[in-house]
Design a protein around this ligand. Sequence first.
Ligand code: SF4
Ligand code: FE
Length: 480
Amino acid sequence: MRTDLEYIDSLRRLNTVIYASGEKLDNFADHPLIRPHINAAAMTYKMAHDPEFEDLLTVKSHLTGRKINRFTHIHQGPEDLVKKVKMLRAISQQTGSCYQRCVGFDGINALYSTTYDIDQQYGSDYHRRMKNYVEHLQETDNMVVGAMTDPKGDRGLKPGQQDDPDMYVHVIEKNDEGIVIRGAKTHQTGAVNSHEILIMPTVALTEEDKNYALACAVPIDAPGVLHIFGRQVNDSRKFDQIDQGNACFGVVGGEALTILEDVFVPWERVFMCGEYDFAGTLVERFACYHRQNYGGCKGGVSDVIVGASTAIAKMNGVERASHIKDKIVEMIHLTETVYCCSIACSSQGRSTPSGAYGVDPLLANVGKLNITRFIYEICRISHDIAGGLLATLPSEKDFKHPEIGPYMEKYIKGVSGTPSEERYRILRLLENMTAGTALVESMHGAGSPQAQRVMILRQGNLAHKEKLARKMAGIESESD
Ligand code: SF4
Ligand code: FE
């Protein structure tokens, strides 16, 4: 297993092509726009070597029997799924931001069971390749970005009906050695600081869109792959320190638009090619695993927000006010509610024919839908407690300025005995964690709320519920 420093060093050896703010980055591993996201991902390596977290972050491989980082593991039972959620909460408590590595983790788990099912139906060779790939990830401890979301163009049209066929990643050539693919993937969390990309389809497909039924893995720096790094709210502050709020780990995941311009993929790394009838299954399995995460990762982030809200209440001298206590209780209640959903969908997980375990899909989707509301509410309450200074604080440069700095020191003060800089830092941390990009991620990460509603309706078993009511109302007999 890699250490955090080995992970960061390994990125320096890659030839990843990254553009940010109109510039091609030479040394992305040390670039201020990207480094905080690298530090967050590095925590998934660091904590695996910490005896306190070893039980959560490491596990025995079912393929080799060796001790591996859990982010490369295939879940073997409900206990693995529960430990995953606990692990995510523990890491978020350390980073306060997204550490990105879950997307590839969910991708390998979704593909592990789906390749097995494809082989059963078509006699193909995908599952053996997938097992080899998982073993390769376990041995190298590589970080993989799970690449699902296509640009989609006109959302009312299917992939093959688009004016531009590249709106969804597709196969443009097949030969004896492998395939050549073209297109792009959007919102790629952690792409720039991963070692590999795992490409999957983004929607269920029909026969006419066979060429879009594609799953494969390529190195992050393969010829034809380039990344355009996304802007975040306040990202020019990454060139400051205190004003960032969370200078070490940043905010959210550091997303990129990843371009795949005629990228060659050898057959050994192709896990679906044309089996359109399994695209929907793969998308659903991936989505359920990723929705499982949010009560863990956002639970841990919320723990830090609750802590920051408590700290600022104390600094403002209002921590004993009953309405402040009520608001803190409300935040804890919401945090533990989202965590409950993630634990529940994990402990109610079910086996697949491949041996890999999946989560309960209904509970996972309910959990993620809660996130799209409850995180907003947690942040709203934190703003209520923190006060308007959260939005009006002058800059770090003013704070450190020889002439006006003393005014800041004097007037940004709260209760006696607390240095103004501490109040300043807590407010900046809260601003970072509760405004802008972080909120949008809670809404749309792991799929927008409508995607969860569709799954909830499908999984809700309405026929059964209607039958219960009919029986009770005496409309149908017990035998119906
Ligand atoms: Fe993992 Fe959460 Fe980041 Fe998604 S948002 S990659 S679940 S830490
Ligand atoms: Fe996410």
